[in-house]
Design a protein. Structure first.
Length: 174
């Protein structure tokens, strides 16, 4: 069913807002993917604050051209049945969600991505980004790295204190 001009303008505004807020927009061809599989993808994506949308490519191209930051984005890859994954919280979450889903549904193929700076990213680069740990995991790893020397010192002091107390106890019994 064709969209009315008013509805197209609403979709255009929504796409523009999603592109503005998204740290990385991932594009994937979904031809051959069943509706049930797409519903599962949307459900798993929602858990990671990723919005998966199927939008007409012409509307996305128009939204890109209307935004100063995205005017230079190469739109030649926007052909065929493409879904768009937007995430405004984590740079790699949208790529990770689609990569995880693509393992179970091989009909989903990366087309590329659009960075928040307005650069088009190739499909291979998006796949590489999907392998990176997420923002929360990186923060946890940094905190663990920072706290490990302190933990080592505490364990060393605790061991020496126990040895001292054992020695005092042995003297007291003798």
């Amino acid at each position: 069913m064709a969209l009315s001009r008013i509805k197209k303008n609403e979709v255009l505004d929504e796409v523009s807002n999603l592109l503005d807020a998204s740290k990385l927009t991932v594009l994937a061809a979904y031809a051959g993917t069943s509706v049930k599989e797409l519903q599962e993808l949307r459900k798993s994506a929602r858990e990671n604050s990723t919005h998966v949308r199927v939008i007409k490519n012409r509307l996305v191209i128009k939204a890109l051209q209307n935004n100063e930051r995205f005017k230079a984005v190469d739109t030649s890859a926007l052909k065929g049945q493409i879904l768009y994954a937007f995430n405004s919280e984590d740079e790699v979450a949208s790529a990770q969600v689609l990569a995880k889903f693509a393992k179970t549904a091989p009909t989903l193929q990366f087309v590329g991505g659009i960075s928040s700076e307005g650069a088009f990213i190739s499909a291979d680069d998006v796949k590489a980004l999907a392998l990176l740990p997420g923002k929360n995991q990186l923060i946890a790893e940094v905190l663990a790295t920072l706290s490990s020397p302190l933990d080592g010192v505490m364990n060393g002091l605790s061991g020496n204190l126990h040895a001292l107390l054992d020695g005092v106890e042995a003297k007291a019994k003798a």
